[in-house]
Design a protein around this ligand. Structure first.
Ligand code: KIV
Ligand code: ZN
Length: 524
């Protein structure tokens, strides 16, 4: 049986230190509940001594999420009585509470930050552990700035606090200074001594990402004996952030040949958790972020799409479903090659196109792809329909299918504080439909007006807008995700008018659903 690695999530404490990411009590509870669904072993819910609000939030997380014995709830204290009491009073409501305390061990922290001697700091740490131990059995001690600490002093601290009752020793690379090989060696030496001293004490690591090495350092530590990893969702945290939970866990899973360890994480909950954290904290995930970025499972190069269609393992090391995504995405762009376009056409039912027919359709696809950043399946239908019309090929199905799609003809949106309202003119087949609505804001009004035309029961999950170029001609890019019949669909659109881009993105996602509802029975 492989070794178990404990996963400690600090999204609600270190992650919440990101400026502007502060959550209210209800939001904190929602994130904590999702972390429990993800099956993290430990949740650090906050820093209760920092404010009454945080104290109450930690207390509610302990009561409402920590009410079962499958997750431990902790919170951070400095090595002072007031902080320790605040942690105890807030986490004690959990079935499995723990006190986490931090005190520096590097010369910089001891001498410059505290202005004390090493012996004095060591004594403060030991006394704090002894006091905390009178309150709870489980105590984690973090030797802040461990990676820049003098080794023998670091060890003396660890030895003393373990003898005083600490049950987990956490070795932080507080400023992201560590390098994987050195950090691995440090963990190897500490683990060797620690397990000789008391083999029931867990050795943990907490790595920051200032040099982009947080995940690499965490993995090096696991390879060298660390029992526990501290992470945050999407890698958020102080400055450049912390080791990203999804990266560490998926690296351990995917490269089990190297690590030979396992975690308790339910990886299918990774995407859900990433979205909850990103939406509630207002922190967008970088599109190319490993595992949770929008493009992490999207393939756009023609060479890659061709390889994937021949054999998925050519360019795929993780099954998207393993992290909770529906499938990989082959984005049709001007870079897509013939194989991907042919495959998409076949999926739509156009299985019998002759070579010359396909070549003309492919050329039309390229013309459209040069104009539009992404080509959707409904666009392909329209290309095929136009091709058939031009060449007088009759296909009732193609005509009736493309008559099912929606096209934005015009819109007007009024933004004000009393009645934000929108009017749209939408074409479906030959019919033009007008619709107007008010909403809580201009986009809400716009989407309500569109929904009134569209006969689908969809729920907006996500709406993102960003600028993708500079100057007067700036393009707005909008991404929307909706839920329909339990499945999630998303689409983008770009335009110089962000309101129009918002409408087009919504229409694109609706047409995606329409395509999926059509039976691909066309045989041409
Ligand atoms: O980075 C750090 O050292 C910390 C400790 C509190 C573990 O966040
Ligand atoms: Zn930290």
């Amino acid at each position: 049986m492989s070794r178990k690695i404990w996963v400690f999530d600090t999204t609600l404490r270190d992650g919440e230190q990101v400026p502007g990411a502060k959550l209210n009590l209800y939001e904190k509870l929602e994130v904590a509940q999702q972390l429990k669904n993800l099956r993290v072993d430990m949740i650090e819910a906050g820093f209760p001594a920092s404010s009454e609000g945080d104290f109450n939030a930690v207390k509610e997380v302990a009561k409402q999420v920590g009410n079962t014995d499958d997750v431990m709830i902790t919170a951070l204290a400095r090595a002072v009585k007031g902080d320790i009491d605040a942690v105890y009073q807030s986490v004690k409501h959990a079935e499995k509470p723990m006190i986490h305390m931090v005190l520096g061990t590097s010369d910089i922290h001891v001498e410059k930050k505290f202005g004390k001697s090493k012996d004095q700091i060591l004594d403060i740490g030991v006394e704090a552990v002894k006091y905390a131990k009178t309150l709870l059995p489980d105590i984690q001690y973090s030797t802040e700035d461990a990676s820049r600490s003098e080794f023998e002093y670091l060890w003396s601290t660890i030895e003393a606090v373990v003898n005083a009752g600490a049950t987990i020793i956490n070795v932080p690379d507080t400023v992201g200074f560590a390098e994987p090989e050195q950090f691995g060696e440090l963990i190897y030496k500490l683990n060797d001594r620690l397990k000789n001293l008391n083999d029931s004490v867990l050795l943990s690591v907490h790595c920051h990402n200032d040099l982009g090495l947080a995940t690499a350092n965490t993995l090096a530590a696991v390879k060298n004996g660390a029992d526990k990893v501290e992470c945050t969702m999407n890698g958020i945290g102080e400055r450049a952030g912390n080791a990203a939970l999804e990266e560490v866990v998926m690296a351990l899973n995917t490269r089990s040949d190297v690590f030979n360890v396992h975690t308790n994480i339910k990886t299918k909950e990774i995407m859900n958790t990433s979205k909850v954290v990103s939406n509630l904290m207002g922190l967008e995930v970088q599109v190319n972020k490993a595992i949770t970025g929008d493009n992490a499972f999207a393939h756009s190069s023609g060479i890659h799409q061709d390889g994937l269609l021949k054999s998925r393992d050519a360019y795929e090391i993780i099954r998207p479903a393993d992290v909770g995504l529906e499938d990989m995405e082959l984005v049709l762009t001007a870079r897509s090659g013939r194989h991907a376009v042919k495959d998409a056409l076949e999926k739509l039912g156009f299985k019998q196109l002759q070579v010359e027919q396909f070549e003309i359709i492919f050329d039309d696809f390229l013309i459209l792809a040069d104009k539009k950043k992404e080509v959707y399946h409904h666009d392909l239908y329209v290309i095929v329909k136009n091709f058939f019309a031009k060449h007088e090929i009759s296909s009732n199905e193609v005509n009736s299918y493309s008559d099912s799609f929606y096209e934005l003809i015009d819109l007007q949106v009024i933004s004000n504080t009393i009645f934000p309202s929108a009017s749209v003119k939408i074409k479906q087949g030959t019919e033009e439909i007008n619709s107007s609505a008010v909403g809580s804001g201009p986009i809400d009004a716009l989407y309500t007006a569109i929904l009134q035309v569209i006969d689908l029961d969809i729920r907006l999950l996500e709406y993102k807008i960003s600028s993708i170029s500079r100057g007067k001609e700036a393009l707005g890019k909008v991404k929307v995700s909706v839920q329909y019949n339990g499945a999630t669909y998303h689409a983008n659109a770009t335009d110089t008018d962000v309101i129009k881009a918002s409408a087009l993105a919504y229409i694109n996602v609706v047409n995606k659903i329409v395509v999926e509802n059509l039976l691909p029975e066309v045989t041409v």
